[in-house]
Write a protein that binds this ligand. Structure first.
Ligand SMILES: [Zn+2]
Length: 278
């Protein structure tokens, strides 16, 4: 599933072509892709809107329109690409926004195409961003995400680190890849109870989260899903997907366990689980 660096890469890639373009119409090929509002209202309200900003919030792509906001969540397998507006729809195309410009520009004659083999991706059109992203935790690369904040929240939550970090209402944008990589860099076992984390460990975790996300963005994300093919961070994974291969630090074999129903990769030597008195 695309995480913060992959969605950030998509936003950066699409931004130059989309800014200032006008959406002439939306062609919906899979009704459930539209989470809000109704299909008819979506098509009616999107027509003639111009694109003012292309951004990201957590794992959502956010598009500010002349009147409202478009939010797109790619979920398991969604992808967004620019194509010739006249190109025939691909097998997995779910939605196509036809674009035009007042003056000839990069989006002239093009369409933004949302394809999604597994059909879990969703699109919202709303006047109130809080309706879609209001519950998200802070952005891990923003000034709101400080060591003091993280330490206090870890103490307060009393949950295991891996599922807590995956919780988008706690912190926005981390998924399975970047959580495993961050916990490894911070030398913290994924099943560490969050309230037992020391201030020094919280500092390491804070730095590790920012480091792996910035590395991911620099690599244009990771190409491990069967749709997203933009980046090469998969060549730099330290533990994610490396079960049975040597840990880059100590040479012990990377192990995998299921935690909160998610496959979790770590090094049991570098990330030991300690006994906690609670
Ligand atoms: Zn190790």
């Amino acid at each position: 599933m695309p995480e913060l660096p992959e969605v950030e890469t998509i936003a950066r890639t699409l931004r130059p072509a989309l800014l200032g373009a006008e959406i002439s119409e939306a062609e919906i090929r899979w009704a459930r892709t539209i989470a809000h509002p109704s299909l008819g209202e979506f098509q009616e309200r999107i027509r003639g809107q111009s694109i003012q900003e292309v951004d990201r919030r957590g794992k959502f792509l956010s598009v500010r329109l002349s009147d409202g906001y478009l939010f797109i969540h790619l979920r398991m397998s969604g992808d967004l690409v620019l194509q010739e507006a006249s190109s025939p729809p691909g097998k997995h195309e779910r939605l196509r926004w036809r674009l035009r410009r007042a003056q000839a520009g990069p989006a002239e004659g093009q369409a933004l195409v949302f394809s999604d083999p597994r059909k879990f991706g969703r699109v919202w059109l709303t006047e109130d961003p809080a309706q879609v992203v209001g519950d998200l935790g802070p952005e891990p690369l923003s000034e709101a995400f400080t060591v003091a904040w993280l330490y206090e929240q870890l103490r307060r939550h009393r949950r295991l680190l891996k599922p807590l970090l995956l919780d988008q209402t706690f912190l926005a944008g981390l998924g399975n890849i970047y959580t495993d990589e961050a916990l490894y860099l911070a030398r913290l076992h994924p099943a560490t109870p969050s309230h037992t984390v020391t201030r020094e460990q919280a500092e390491r975790l804070h730095a590790a989260i920012q480091t792996v996300l910035q590395e991911g963005i620099r690599s244009n994300g990771a190409s491990i899903d069967w749709v997203y093919r933009g980046g090469e961070f998969q060549n730099h994974f330290r533990v994610y997907g490396r079960t049975g291969q040597p840990c880059p630090t100590c040479g012990a074999l990377v192990v995998k366990l299921r935690l909160g129903q998610r496959g979790t990769h770590f090094c049991s030597t570098c990330q030991p689980l300690r006994e906690y008195a609670d």
